[in-house]
Design a protein around this ligand. Structure first.
Ligand code: URA
Length: 294
């Protein structure tokens, strides 16, 4: 009858989240142990079918660059960086990123990416946090001041809210892997230029390929637009699963949702974010890790 301690803590976190959202009454007439799956089914019934996918456009409102151009820019930046020994530089072609085969090598190569202007104004590279083997990879936008200082994504106020959000569906930093669209804080939190995003997007895609998550959660309009290749706003993009091929020929289910920074400014929208989290929880529960066939 009574939940174990871990379950109990999860239930308390879910209740805290719901209270925080302003939910103050039960949705069902009778208390039910299975109330959450039931509501998830109802939510899924109204979710729109998966739609367009095209990963060739930038999100920041500027020129759309084709992935091949972006990959070329990333590779030429990589070739000019200290990440490749000078005797090998003449041989560097568009396979240079593909030649990076581990997350730690990717992190080291990014740390030497001197051609990216953002590197020179940031204090630290914010590569990732959490569990690199997690089923879920969360992609935010860019490090803020706190993240820049510590070199870790999502450690400031946004990160604290994100922790509460994922706790509401029973996850924590040990069960997710976190990174950002941009690994360096743009000075004064300015928007990145098209060149900067074009240069860094292939690195993000390689990051996803190497982390091999089963699911990807995009937080905020910039990450959603750029990864989904859409000009639509986050309110249109959020809340439905789409398959995205991050370049390894393995389409991954991707869900876009609202960014915690936006939720801090607009707490009334936490209801929508919670709907998205429930979709995510439903999918994580539906596909068990042991279902890995093959
Ligand atoms: N916002 C983000 O998108 N990422 C961070 O790491 C911090 C704030």
């Amino acid at each position: 009858m009574f939940a174990q301690n871990d379950d109990r803590n999860e239930l308390i976190a879910m209740l805290a989240w719901q209270l925080d959202m302003g939910i103050d009454e039960a949705l069902l007439d009778d208390p039910q142990v299975d109330a959450v799956p039931l509501r998830l089914d109802q939510l899924l019934a109204v979710a729109a079918p998966a739609g367009d996918k095209d990963v060739s456009q930038t999100a920041m409102g500027g020129t759309a660059l084709q992935p091949s151009e972006a990959v070329k820019m990333a590779n030429s930046a990589l070739a000019n960086s200290g990440a490749i020994p000078s005797e090998d530089k003449t041989n560097t072609d568009s396979s240079a990123l593909a030649d990076i085969t581990s997350l730690s090598d990717l992190q080291s190569a990014m740390a030497k990416l001197d051609d990216c202007p953002l590197k020179h104004t940031a204090s630290n590279l914010c590569f990732a946090d959490g569990n690199p083997g997690a089923r879920l990879m969360i992609i935010g936008e860019a490090p803020g001041r706190d993240e820049d200082r510590m070199g870790v994504p999502f450690v400031g106020a946004d990160g604290q809210l994100l922790d509460k959000m994922i706790a509401s569906i029973g996850l924590d930093r040990a069960s997710v892997y976190l990174t950002n669209l941009l690994p360096w804080r743009p000075p004064g939190n300015r928007s990145p230029t098209d060149e900067e995003t074009a240069m860094l997007l292939p690195w993000l895609f390689r990051h996803v390929q190497l982390a091999k998550p089963e699911f990807v959660l995009l937080l905020g309009g910039a990450a959603a637009k750029l990864v989904l290749g859409s000009h639509d706003g986050i309110m249109k993009l959020r809340g439905r699963w789409r398959d995205v091929d991050f370049g390894d020929g393995l389409p991954r289910p991707v869900l876009a949702s609202l960014h915690p920074a936006y939720l801090l400014r607009s707490p009334a929208q936490k209801r929508l974010a919670f709907e998205d989290l429930l979709l995510l929880a439903k999918q994580l529960a539906a596909v068990r890790p042991n279902d890995e066939s093959g």
